[in-house]
Write a protein that binds this ligand. Structure first.
Ligand SMILES: [Ca+2]
Ligand SMILES: [Ca+2]
Ligand SMILES: [Ca+2]
Ligand SMILES: [Ca+2]
Length: 755
């Protein structure tokens, strides 16, 4: 089936093939794109001058952080350059700001965005640390030029173009366990770091590239016991010999606690539970038998209180990187604290299910661990390990077996095999590939979500293993398995800017409308309508509630700016509500409303035709700028029909004075209600109205909302820029006439002939 989207991509490829004259994906006025930030962090309570590099940086104004504890001051001698003329993507411009962080901003990672005349940019990660920050000084390309740092320092470095190499040197005492953690990939950098460690004689002690195989952690890492008092050298560069403004990194050289994983992996909101941290340099940590790459792990059990308030319980408050697949989870971060500073964070996900730990040995069908669903089990895949589980079930029941590994930051790629009554292999499930965000927010991952229909009364046995168990495995190959009989339907929302392959942000122009896309996770068979509203919009902005009807996983929220809406930037929220059917205590079906706040999504780096590197944002932000080139208004705003009836919508167009072009009216580039077709219609140069004839032949019963788009060339600085703006929201109710029981047609008797 060719969807609107596919069709649009096909059109896009066609135009690209035809000489790149028109890239269908570029359909907006120029907005700032933030590429690099340097340095990438500041110490709690400190300040630092930060260079921002990107394009469309006309008239730098300020920065926007996802925490209110930052103040920023533009350093005036650096000027941004004018809006890019021919090739906006080519010019990258620096702007400098002094950033001051309040003393009460918790250590962690935040989003920073550039704000200029043309709007607000995509975010970059900015770290608040609790130890000394150091900024590299070039040249440091050889050992003798190494930058000297103290232990317990976060180094801010950048691999410059033309094969830059950076050397650092620090003193350590014999027996100190030193952790060198490079963050690049995880803080929006393009750098694929590689590191070497040398002693004071220049002898190579270690090298590191990808510390483990999970795609979340391509960053290098060292953990070593200093063999003698003395100097130690770190050499770091990009594995592919690339460099530039996007190749920034942080290098934490410390004896601070470092956490590798936690067990159990989840807790229930409103509970206080013991969580065991496994890691290194844990204050008061006990020895364990676990090692990772030969390095011993300690453990430390701490009581963790999980708040019960809905914002926490239904949130995902994890300041470190959250890739798209993980946005289906709720959770919070946990750390180990020490007097000198705190550890890296770990995600503690939320689950109300009874939590258990895996019990080895469970390596055969006979030794399968017996569980009683509903329950959750946290386990590990050691090298070569297989884990069998068994539970009692009745014929006709359906159980969902969900396994979380990649989504909770584990390197494991879980593989599930059901066994039949004779113990023979049955159904298998490898990957949970649902992708709710196409190229821009690809949620596909290697975890499992399998629904098992029970064939007969008795035991259900299955086996879990890491797909590459012959060669890989270890204590850090953690997983969480949840087994539930028909879990309640649920949903999550992700609010994303509309560009499908480029860095983008939410911009609204005075007097105009903008589309904010809402991507939908429909979980456990959820297929009911979801009503979505924007909340706390800046003054002068409004958005009508939309209905994301059944079978739709991509909603379009339309934000309208009044002609006098104040120019500025602000945060907003997007909230979805849906009524689901659940069983009460007595097994009776009842209706329950669930409310979920949308998370933000962003493309980290532009892509062409592969999944973009994307992540969750730490807040939802928009900018208002002047003044929209044209506005579409559609009427009526409510439609009712039976499938097959043709509907007429009148679209009126308001043009900015300098906008003479014709406007094409389409329904392309986003998801329409299933089966709806909006034919291409043109509002000619000197016209302000068109009748759009909507086809409903293939539509089904239900309620949806949709928007109609206008696509036109807009003159900007003596060139034309293609702009697409949506109409207001239209609600459509499709009713299928109830079949009237057919009465037996009365026989038409020929009139009796009068004799
Ligand atoms: Ca450098
Ligand atoms: Ca260097
Ligand atoms: Ca195991
Ligand atoms: Ca096992």
């Amino acid at each position: 089936m060719i969807t609107n989207r596919t069709a649009r991509l096909l059109v896009c490829s066609f135009f690209l093939a035809a000489g790149g004259m028109l890239n269908a994906a570029d359909s907006q006025l120029p907005i700032p794109h933030l590429h690099g930030v340097f340095p990438t962090g500041v110490k709690q309570g400190g300040s630092v001058v930060v260079e921002f590099v990107g394009d469309n940086f006309t008239d730098p104004k300020s920065l926007y952080f996802s925490h209110k504890g930052f103040t920023t001051e533009l350093i005036p001698e650096v000027k941004g350059t004018p809006a890019a003329k021919d090739k906006p993507e080519v010019k990258t411009i620096p702007a400098k700001f002094k950033v001051t962080c309040a003393a009460d901003v918790p250590p962690g990672q935040y989003d920073v965005r550039f704000v200029g005349k043309l709007g607000i940019s995509n975010p970059r990660t900015f770290t608040v640390g609790d130890i000394t920050e150091f900024i590299e000084t070039e040249p440091n390309n050889e050992r003798k030029e190494a930058n000297r740092v103290e232990l317990n320092t976060s180094i801010n470095g950048r691999i410059n173009a033309s094969e830059d190499v950076d050397f650092f040197v620090f003193k350590a005492k014999q027996g100190q366990r030193v952790i060198v953690e490079c963050e690049a990939w995880r803080i929006d950098s393009k750098m694929d770091g590689v590191m070497w460690l040398y002693n004071s004689d220049g002898k190579l002690m270690a090298s590191s590239q990808d510390e483990d195989i999970s795609s979340e952690k391509r960053d290098p890492f060292f953990d070593f016991d200093a063999p003698t008092d003395g100097d130690y050298y770190i050499k770091i560069t990009d594995f592919t010999y690339n460099g530039g403004n996007g190749f920034f990194y942080r290098l934490k050289v410390s004896t601070l606690p470092y956490v590798d994983f936690i067990l159990p992996t989840a807790a229930a909101p409103g509970s206080t539970v013991p969580i065991t941290f496994y890691g290194r340099n844990l204050p008061g940590g006990e020895k364990t038998d676990f090692t990772i790459h030969g390095r011993p792990l300690q453990k430390l059990t701490q009581q963790v209180a999980v708040p019960a308030d809905p914002d926490t319980a239904l949130g995902l408050r994890y300041s470190s990187l959250v890739r798209p697949g993980t946005t289906v989870l709720n959770g919070m971060e946990v750390r180990v604290k020490s007097p000198d500073g705190q550890s890296n964070p770990k995600l503690l996900s939320f689950s109300a299910l009874p939590q258990f730990l895996e019990t080895e040995p469970n390596d055969s069908r006979e030794k399968a661990q017996r569980i009683e669903p509903p329950c959750a089990v946290s386990g590990q895949f050691m090298k070569g390990d297989v884990d069998y589980f068994v539970f009692k079930a009745k014929k006709g029941e359906k159980y969902t077996i969900a396994v979380y590994a990649m989504r909770i930051g584990s390197p494991a790629d879980p593989d599930l095999e059901m066994l039949n009554e004779k113990g023979e292999p049955g159904a298998t499930s490898q990957d949970f590939t649902e992708n709710i965000g196409q190229l821009r927010f690809s949620t596909g991952n290697l975890d499992i979500n399998y629904v098992h229909p029970v064939g007969a009364d008795g035991d259900v046995t299955f086996r879990l293993e890491h797909l590459y168990r012959q060669n890989q495995g270890g204590p850090q190959f953690v997983y969480r398995m949840e087994v539930e009989r028909e879990p309640e339907p649920d949903f999550r929302l992700v609010c994303s800017p509309i560009h499908e392959i480029h860095m983008d942000s939410h911009e609204v122009y005075q007097g105009g409308r903008e589309r904010f896309d809402i991507l939908v996770w429909r979980m456990n068979g959820h297929n009911d309508p979801i009503t979505v509203e924007a909340k706390n919009l800046p003054k002068g902005l409004s958005a009508e509630p939309i209905i994301i009807g059944k079978e739709v996983k991509w909603g379009t929220l339309i934000v309208t700016a009044a002609p006098d809406a104040a120019i500025g930037e602000g945060e907003f929220e997007v909230v979805g509500k849906s009524k689901i059917k659940v069983k009460d205590k007595d097994g009776k079906e009842v209706e329950k409303e669930i409310v979920r706040k949308a998370r933000g999504g962003t493309i980290v780096w532009d892509t062409v035709n592969t999944n973009a590197l994307a992540r969750m944002t730490r807040s939802l932000v928009l900018a208002v700028r002047d003044k929209v080139p044209f506005t579409l208004t559609a009427a009526p705003t409510e439609l009712k029909c039976k499938p097959g009836e043709q509907l007429t919508v009148t679209v009126t167009l308001k043009r900015r004075e300098d906008m003479p072009s014709p406007v094409q009216i389409t329904g392309a580039g986003y998801q329409l209600p299933p089966g709806m077709e909006i034919p291409l219609t043109t509002i000619e140069k000197d016209k302000n109205e068109a009748k759009v004839l909507i086809k409903t032949d293939k539509m089904k019963e239900g309620v949806w909302s949709f928007t109609i788009s206008g696509d036109a060339q807009v003159p900007v600085d003596k060139r034309n820029i293609r702009c697409v703006y949506p109409s207001n929201i239209i609600k459509i109710t499709v009713e299928i006439p109830k079949e009237v029981p057919k009465e037996k047609p009365k026989e038409m008797k020929p009139p009796e002939k009068k004799k």
